[in-house]
Design a protein around this ligand. Structure first.
Ligand code: NAD
Length: 444
């Protein structure tokens, strides 16, 4: 076994640790979205002075006025922090130079070819590199492929001539926030941190320890990057498996929901996943492809990821087939049918539309000639097929107007009994009508 050599911490690292422990460190958060804003607020509540950086002027202006635009972040917290001077927001990236620690949480989408699009990370780190100075801790939180921190970011920051682990400190820490989750939030979800050097890890851990309940150090940024991709690939593959089972059960005339509920009574070795209209959000439909892309670049084919992507990607089309079957019961064609999509957010009780399968369902039905409306209390309006469409009120009279209603997102506040009572037919993709027996219902 090679003997571990202990590297002496630089005086710069000691000073930074002291600033963090005494809450005197100036903290910057770059990218103030679903991930960045809750983090900025938590760090502000811990007593740090936090500056949020974003290219979106509207978001920055709202924060400057003490207003939250993220559902899970209470405006009362933002207002309190802004008023006490603990939270400010800016589009002026030259202020990065004043920061002692900088967390970056910018988007990591896929390109049109479904390859990683790291252009937001690169743009953000061009700013960070321009204003980098000795004594700064920099942490990337955006989900990305293993190797991003070491192979992409470190060279950008090292060009300044500053030495990592001595002059500045660099780490990756995946974000696991689950919007809309009433139990787990930024503060009580354990935070994994992997630094480029042991000192980088130590300083990163110390920062999060000031506010988060559990911090889990790992040996490198690549391990930390891979942790997030394992978690999200695990979900994508298991959802893919259960979606395939749902299609299989349909052929076998077995109720897949009943099967899952009964299987879930096993107290060990089984974890329930549920079928649905397809994947949504900024994580599960996207992140696994960051991993398969990286694997492909090393000559490795990530077959589970591709297969799960294929099965999950087919689900919206399957829902459209179900709509067609449901309409068929009343001798209606899809063309010309009035269809109401109930729920457009990608999951229950949140307002996020990104990658929502409801949009694919609506688009496919529209192309087949159906007349589409939607209802969603969390999404009053959005751009669809080149125009702004508005959520229709969910009333007995409005429900009666449609040939078919599709429950695509099971928001808790929907009146499911009324939906069933007043609709001519219902396609239930979420088992929201569990226990109800009616010829009107077509289940997934
Ligand atoms: N949303 C989630 O539930 C979730 C959960 C875990 C991890 N993540 C990951 O966290 C990262 C951020 O996701 P998000 O959901 O917070 O995205 P978001 O779109 O909600 O927020 C990103 C913010 O970054 C800003 N931005 C873009 N380019 C910038 C730049 N160059 N400089 C400064 N700001 C810039 C945008 O204006 C936006 O306000 C992604 O990698 C995502 O995969 C998201």
């Amino acid at each position: 076994m090679p003997r571990k050599t202990r590297v002496r911490r630089s005086a710069t690292a000691d000073r930074l640790l002291h600033k963090i422990q005494s809450r005197k460190a100036q903290l910057g958060v770059v990218g103030l979205g679903y991930v960045g804003l809750p983090l900025a607020v938590e760090l502000g509540l811990a007593g740090f002075e936090v500056t949020g950086f974003d290219i979106n002027e509207k978001r920055v202006a709202e924060l400057q006025h003490g207003k939250s635009y993220i559902q899970d972040v209470p405006t009362a917290d933002v207002r309190k922090l802004v008023r006490s001077g603990k939270l400010t927001a800016t589009t002026d990236f030259s202020k990065l130079r004043k920061m002692d620690a900088i967390n970056v949480a910018v988007p990591t989408p896929l390109s049109k070819m479904r390859d990683p699009d790291v252009s937001y990370i690169v743009a953000a780190f061009e700013h960070v590199a321009r204003y980098l100075r000795a004594g700064q801790l920099v942490i990337l939180e955006s989900t990305t492929y293993p190797g991003t921190t070491d192979e992409l970011i470190l060279p950008m920051l090292s060009k300044t001539g500053l030495k990592v682990g001595q002059d500045f400190f660099l780490a990756f820490s995946p974000e696991r926030v689950d919007p809309g989750n009433p139990k787990f939030n930024t503060r009580n979800i354990p935070k994994v941190v992997g630094g480029v050097t042991p000192t980088c890890t130590e300083v990163g851990v110390e920062l999060y320890r000031q506010r988060l309940e559990t911090v889990v150090p790992v040996s490198s940024p690549s391990v930390a990057e891979m942790v997030k991709l394992l978690e999200n690939t695990f979900r994508s593959v298991n959802i893919g498996l259960v979606n395939e089972l749902a299609l299989m059960c349909d052929r076998l005339k077995v109720d897949v929901w009943e099967v899952i509920d009964a299987a879930a009574t096993k107290p060990f070795g089984f974890m329930p996943f549920y079928p649905g209209p397809g994947l949504g959000g900024h994580c599960i439909p996207i992140d696994p492809f960051y991993l398969s892309w990286k694997a492909r670049a090393s000559g490795f084919e990530a077959r589970f990821i591709e297969l799960a992507g294929h099965v999950n990607g087919h689900m919206p089309e399957h829902v459209v087939e179900r709509v067609s079957e449901n309409l068929n019961l009343r001798r209606k064609a899809v063309r010309g049918a009035k269809v109401l999509v109930i729920g457009v957010a990608y999951k229950a009780d949140i307002d996020d539309l990104r990658e929502s399968p409801s949009l694919d369902i609506m688009e496919t039905l529209r192309k087949k000639g159906a007349k589409i409306d939607y209802t969603d209390p969390f999404v009053p309006k959005f751009e669809f097929a080149g125009r702004t469409i508005k959520s229709v009120p969910l009333t007995p009279a409005s429900l009666k107007r449609y040939d078919c209603a599709v429950i695509a997102t099971a928001h808790k506040q929907f009146p499911y009994s009324a939906i069933l009572r007043y609709s001519k037919g219902v396609v239930d993709t979420r088992n929201a009508l569990k226990g109800k027996v009616s010829k009107k219902i077509t289940r997934l």
